[in-house]
Design a protein. Sequence first.
Length: 278
Amino acid sequence: MAEQVPVYDNHVHMSPSGRNVDALREFEAAGGTGLTLVTLPHREVPITCGADFARSYEVTYGLADRAREATDLEINIAVGPYPVLLIHLAEVHGLEKAEEMMVEGMEAAGRDVAEGRAVAIGEIGRPHFPVPQEIWDASNRILLRGMEIARENDCPVIIHCESEPGTDRSLAEIADMAGLDRGLVVKHSSPPWVTDEETHGVMPSIPASKTNMREALAKGTDRFMMETDYIDDPEKPGAIMSVTTVPKKVRAWLANGQVPVESIHRICGDIPDSLYKR
């Protein structure tokens, strides 16, 4: 990098069967300094009961330990029950039992935050595609409980959900019901909604495409984070975005001077620190 600045990717996954540590080495070599490592369901630990969520989180912690040994990256961990999983669990166990299992996974995430193993609960939320009303309602009940647990632990939640005109308002309202600061609600894969009128206080985490960044910055605010949603799936190489996208974006900003260094520090340093170093 031409200047020492933080370079933070707010949404990265690691898989035991993927590139995992090698991918993070590549991220660091490109100039990355920190990231949020977000758990996903691991094939190695099928979720057959609520207690399996805690075992699945252990896989993420193990990958993070290896990455910390191999790099100097700041790695902030988020764990929680992946919201789309509710659909499969309901098919197998019935909706009532599935909801109980998801809440158990949420409570396990809260315990891990309390113990300092994770710093956020996520990605949690609701399916990003149309679902039956009963699934939607159950998802919102589970999300409310997750936000209550986040409030109890003074930690952020990372939200996986749809991106519709009323989405951020809906998330803000659920946060209010839970007593959780709206600014601790991180909308993963957010469109370039960055103004107060668009976010309703929710924190946007925006895929780091050229178009998204241009549109977000054109609105005159730097209250957002960048992400790739790097999925580390060997069957889908290059899906979503490359793990080096954010470092390359920051390098370009520094080279062309289009984004003030102060804004880079806010997007990649001050905002992540305010969320994950509480």
